[in-house]
Design a protein around this ligand. Structure first.
Ligand code: PGA
Length: 222
């Protein structure tokens, strides 16, 4: 089996104090003594927390990497309110692109998502591209895809591991070099049923990752 990526998507949760509590609890991930060649834990906080997470991870040698939840489709410039890939690069290695919450609430189009992927690649970051089905188009240059069916997100009703594995397999037939993660109501009690499938290379976790202890359990059980 190849390497597993276990991603926490903290979404639009946690102010500075709550983030501090999360980090204090999360530093126990070091007790797992993860082998980076086998398992990588990736945490995606809000932009406002990216610097505190980065500082905390560095000063406590936390064995996890950082991702951003979004990126500007533009390069640096006169784009008030946007955070661009060059800025993210100072703190993070990954960027989530194409989450259904962004497609649906912020009318992100396929064209815009291609621009975001291009920006992320330009600055040497790794896009984690979210697809809602095997039909969703995947921009050139993407190496990591996360399959998240809408019915499974935040509902406590995950896809079956068999169905997720079939979709991941179908996505891989389009490009041989893709890693495919599964996301949607993953928790410590069900993570293994997904990661044991041959086509699934990890998980993307929303709600359950808001509790740092639970996210550590997910990483451990994966
Ligand atoms: P969930 O969210 O784990 O709360 O279902 C997953 C996601 O939206 O990335």
């Amino acid at each position: 089996m190849g390497k597993l990526l276990i991603v926490a998507n903290l979404k639009s949760y946690k102010n500075e104090n709550e983030a501090k509590d999360w980090l204090e609890a999360f530093k126990k991930i070091n007790d797992l003594r993860l082998n980076p060649a086998e398992k990588e834990a990736i945490v995606c906080p809000s932009f406002t927390q990216l610097f505190s997470f980065f500082s905390y991870f560095s000063s406590n040698n936390v064995s996890a990497t950082l991702g951003a939840q979004n990126v500007s489709p533009f390069d640096e410039g006169a784009y008030t309110g946007e955070v661009n890939a060059k800025q993210i690069k100072d703190f993070a290695s990954y960027v989530l692109i194409g989450h259904s919450e962004r497609r649906n609430n912020f009318t992100e189009t396929d064209d815009m998502l291609v621009k975001k992927v291009d920006m992320v690649l330009k600055y040497g970051l790794n896009p984690i591209f979210l697809v809602q089905s095997k039909e969703t188009s995947i921009p050139e240059g993407v190496k990591i895809v996360a399959y998240e069916p809408m019915f499974a997100i935040g509902t406590g009703n995950p896809d079956t591991p068999e169905s997720a594995d079939t979709v991941a397999g179908a996505i891989k037939t389009t490009r041989a070099d893709l890693m495919v993660l599964y996301g949607g109501s993953v928790k410590s009690a069900n993570v293994r049923s997904f990661t044991e499938k041959s086509n699934i290379d990890g998980v993307l976790v929303g709600g359950a990752s808001l509790n740092a202890q639970e996210f550590i359990e997910i990483v451990k059980n994966a």
